[in-house]
Ligand binder design. Sequence first.
Ligand code: 6R9
Length: 648
Amino acid sequence: MKDSYEPNAEMARAAHADKATYDRMYAESVEDPAAFWAEHGKRLDWIKPFTRVKETSFDFGNVSIRWFEDGTLNVAANCIDRHLAERGDQTAIIWEPDEAGDEAQHISYRQLHAHVCKFANVLKELGVGRGDRVVLYLPMIPQAAYAMLACARIGAVHSIVFAGFSPDALANRIDDCQAKVVITADGAPRGGRVTNLKDNVNKALVNSNEDPKVLIVKRTGQQIAFRAEGDYWLHEMEAQVSNDCPPEEMGAEDPLFILYTSGSTGKPKGVVHTSGGYLAYAAMTHQYTFDYHDGDVFWCTADVGWVTGHSYIVYGPLANGATTIMFEGVPTYPDAGRFWAVCEKHRVNQFYTAPTAIRALMGKGTEPVERYDLSDLKVLGTVGEPINPEAWTWYNEVVGKGRVPIVDTWWQTETGGHLITPLPGATATKPGSATLPFFGIRPVVLEAESGKVVEGNPAEGVLAIADSWPGQMRTVWGDHDRFEATYFQQYKGYYFTGDGCRRDEDGYYWITGRVDDVINVSGHRMGTAEVESALVAHEKVAEAAVVGYPHDVKGQGIYAYVTLMGGQEPSDGLKKELADWVRQEIGPIAKPDLIQFAPGLPKTRSGKIMRRILRKIAENDYGALGDTSTLAEPEVVDDLIENRQNRR
Ligand code: 6R9
């Protein structure tokens, strides 16, 4: 395995940035961020141009992040209307349905405009206006993009809930943001199986404190439980509204969306992104990181329920007038060649996926890749978790045939867009490293305990960011104190990412994973506390502790230690019952991979569960258990080791 790859010279010549350009622009961006972003803020169409650029403070107690504050714009107009004169007939969205045999749809910018305007008028008809919240619980269909842009057009705030989440998770989010409308579909086909989304919404509303109207997209035509009151079919309402809907003039700092993400406590945080800064940053990173050029076909395989789908299926690409693919299906249906079939069929130029998908496909061998012509590929991207060098190399050699640069993009829901990433024409890559910061990003490595900045290379510690960038989240919905406490309290003056990292002798960043109680399952964040509270909600469970352990395909798997209520007998049947219970409570991604019944959990004398020890046991790493002398009952550890569930 090679450990470094220079950028391809031919690519560098045509790229938006070669190494010299990156070096120059990066230096400018950190020396005078206000001047740099004043220039690059102009990539958007402003109704009233901004005069104030950067007003940001990371001071704990007074954290405030405002970009382009006095400018006004409309995000949907930036993603659609301004492209109409030049590229009205160009395809904006290619929709690839779940069934490989079903026809793909090509939606031009002009058609997108009409769809979004109609959708926006339907929302208005349902009483939605500026600042109102709309929850989207949808499959990967074009209407998901229409709904997002329709909200943006009328100044409403969308909050997408991943369609794989349970009714309870949906209800919590509807309540937290007090949604006025929920948009869903009759059914969601994925990998040949159909989820009845409308049923889930009905269940959620039974437990919700809110009474939102429900707008239903007809996707499958299946029978649904349509309620006599409060339910509306999109197609029926669309027939009654005009397709003229002028965009609202919004402030740069008006919220565009809320997206809930797991943290180290049980309750998901509503990450708030605003309009001007977010869109400028999503668009600029989309252009530079993927070296996107006019006419290219871009495909991000994420779901719009995650931030990656927001920034790199919808907002970034459409702001750039790109052709973006929306894929309803999964990588392995009808077979393990599906990704590559779609790449060939739509002549994809930039392809962006997750390490977990690469590892799963790697397990199916090279034949499903070799069946297809992938010669249009120019850039391959990854996101979501650290990519192991084996998977990186397979991606490079088998998919890219050694001629396509790989961009390993490190970022978060909170950051809006890429923070650490190679640029294809500029950055030499090393398998497993996210490489160097994007324009305007000042990463620092801090000593975990003391918070001291680790100067010089190499360095190891936790990753923080020293200054704001336009795509940064602004607050936690309804709880600014939680925003400050989560990201700015522990290390004063910095945005703390929650990730550990290493910086090598060349100044390259290597993300080592979360340092908090968040685990990364197939690129999705799961708070261990969320899984624990689901487990203890089960009547037979007295106590539970959840940790991550290395998993070949998922990156991390979920390992749950469970103490049963008195009188309950451990059994394989009960394990299955508990795993299914969590699946039902939160969703399939939260289902524990391994459950171990434990008569007791290792605790300090003050009653704190020693997760460090549980993590080591789950990892089969007993040599490194560390100090167990502070345990109240050291002998429980021996029992845990004896009965561990891990393979090997
Ligand atoms: C975009 C997204 C964020 C967390 C982040 C980190 C991990 C994401 C990564 C990566 C190593 C990469 N992560 N990209 N780790 N290399 N290229 O995934 O957002 O769902 O909020 O997750 O994912 O741990 O802190 P989100």
